[in-house]
Write a protein that binds this ligand. Structure first.
Ligand code: SAH
Length: 494
């Protein structure tokens, strides 16, 4: 069995490599460090053994010898072991020592490089560590050497004359000392210097100064580990090339309550806009595939959600059928998400109303003759659509494709949700189940964002008024409304 020494990148979950995700998903044992992305283990198997080897709140980390023994032990036992480290495993990660221990024990290993903080944090601060005009070389340096070493292995005099960018890891505590040694060794006092704290994470901070001032600037700003220091001409480019801060949702925390299986699109859109996403899935979708009616009987088939489309098509597939089963009918979809799900199965919806609610679909169908309609939807849905169609003389069957049930939330998730700036609701069931788990009379300090009138009504039923309601009742519309609200409310904030 192979042990995998895997880099998890500097913190942004998007910087985990494809290989890392694949190995995490397959691992039986994961021995992980502190500085890995918070969500890095989300894709691990439910039965995987997760072993924390990092520091707990400033306490001592597991001694290196113990970590090596642990990895060897599980490797010998023939289990699929991932040793997951922040950044790159071979850049100040002691991955080399672990590889040696594995080799000595005769265990095969594979090294999966990661995006290293010394390159990624500057990049997220708009600083290219090399530049055709400004730096033809870059040195990766540790600011914190093994305290057991009798004397520094680092020749600061030599580093001062290094012709390029100096990138210092673990620099915070000794920043003043490092800067003075470089100055004393002849590096120029007004050389640009930058410290990047929690690089690539939503709360990344950048402090800029010169070699002479950076230690006092960083001290005044209270910069803490993890941070990377950059010395060199390139450091000044961040002023012009910065891109990460100042995005529409930078620093805003937003809770996503939709089902885990659907949350990723919304969560990644929000993250890309700079938000800190709190994942608090209040609901789960349970397919309820009973008997499917013969679709050939209908001249109109209405689908009300992407979930419904997925369940319908897996139902068709299990009966050896495909999109052609819908061939005889007009297909109507509420909302572009539903239409997109249909398109993935090769069906272009004939009717997509402008307003993404049942009433909108009825309007859109006003001049469409309907004799027999099928409404395929969630078990607990409003009856506006079937009743409206019946009122026009159509014969209507309703099939419940899935049920929405409560997803229990951990205390930590509820606490994070309570601390969020915004809570998003994408359906009335997210409202119902979330307020159920919050308990009676629950109040949220956050601003509440509703996807549309039906969800807003569910909020009012719980005695709360939505602060923001999307104009377009889909995910895109919801994000747009949230961004606009942040723009108005946070205007003028630093
Ligand atoms: N193997 C890691 C480095 C581990 S040493 C890598 O390749 O990135 C730990 C140091 O890395 C921290 O003290 C800090 O200097 C740096 N570091 C790790 N994550 C960081 C981040 N998100 N932002 C800034 N520095 C970070």
């Amino acid at each position: 069995m192979t042990v995998f020494l895997v880099g998890a990148g500097p913190g942004d979950p998007g910087l985990l490599t494809a290989r890392a995700l694949e190995l995490i998903a397959a691992a039986e044992v994961i021995v992980y460090d502190r500085l890995i992305p918070a969500s890095a283990l989300d894709g691990a198997r439910e039965d995987a053994q997760l072993i924390y080897a990092g520091k707990e709140g400033g306490g001592p980390s597991m001694p290196q010898g113990e970590i090596e023994a642990l990895v060897v032990e599980h490797g010998v036992a023939g289990r699929a072991v991932v040793r997951l480290k922040g950044g790159d495993p071979f850049v100040f990660g002691r991955g080399g020592e672990e590889a040696e221990a594995l080799r000595a024990a005769g265990i095969e290993y594979e090294v999966v490089p990661g995006v290293t903080a010394g390159v990624a944090a500057p990049a997220f601060a708009g600083i290219p560590v090399t530049h055709r005009e400004a730096a033809s070389a870059v040195a990766l340096i540790t600011g914190h050497e093994d305290p057991a070493k009798p004397e520094s292995a680092l020749d600061w005099d030599a580093l001062a004359s290094f012709p390029g960018t100096l990138v210092v890891y673990m620099a915070v505590r000794r920043l003043g000392e490092i800067a003075s040694r470089l100055l004393a060794a002849g590096r120029v006092a007004d050389e640009p210097a930058v410290v990047i704290e929690r690089g690539t994470l939503p709360d990344q901070r950048v402090c800029a100064g010169t070699l002479a001032t950076i230690a006092s600037v960083a001290g005044a700003e209270g910069v803490r580990a993890p941070a990377i220091a950059v010395f060199g001409e390139v450091a000044v480019l961040g002023e012009r090339l910065r891109w990460f801060e100042g995005r529409p949702l930078t620093g805003v925390s937003v809770a996503v309550t939709r089902a885990r299986a659907q949350a990723s699109g919304l969560a990644s859109t929000l993250r890309a806009l700079g938000a800190v996403v709190v994942e608090a899935p209040a609901i789960r979708i349970v397919p309820r595939l009973g008997r499917l009616p013969d679709l050939g009987r209908y001249d109109l088939i209405c689908l009300t959600s992407a979930n419904g489309v997925e369940v319908l098509f897996s139902g068709l597939a299990s009966r050896g059928l495909d999109a052609r089963a819908l061939a005889g009918a007009r297909v109507a979809a509420i909302g572009p998400g539903t239409a997109a799900a249909l398109a993935e199965h090769g069906v272009v919806a004939d009717v997509v109303p402008e307003r993404f609610v049942a009433e909108g679909l009825l309007e859109a169908l006003a001049h469409v003759p309907v004799r027999r309609a099928l409404v395929a939807r969630a078990a607990e849905a409003r009856d506006v659509l079937p009743e409206g169609l019946r009122a026009r003389g159509a014969e209507v069957d309703v099939v419940a494709l899935y049920e929405t049930v409560a997803e229990p939330l951990a205390d930590s998730q509820l606490a994070a949700l309570r601390g969020a700036d915004y809570v998003t609701f994408t359906s009335s069931s997210t409202v119902r189940f979330l307020f159920d788990s919050l308990g009676d009379g629950a109040r949220l300090a956050a601003r509440l964002v509703s996807i549309g009138p039906v969800t807003s009504a569910a909020l009012r039923e719980r005695g709360v008024e939505p602060d923001v309601e999307a104009e377009r009742h889909d995910i895109e519309g919801l994000v747009k409304a949230l961004v606009a609200d942040v723009g108005v409310r946070w205007a003028g904030r630093p």
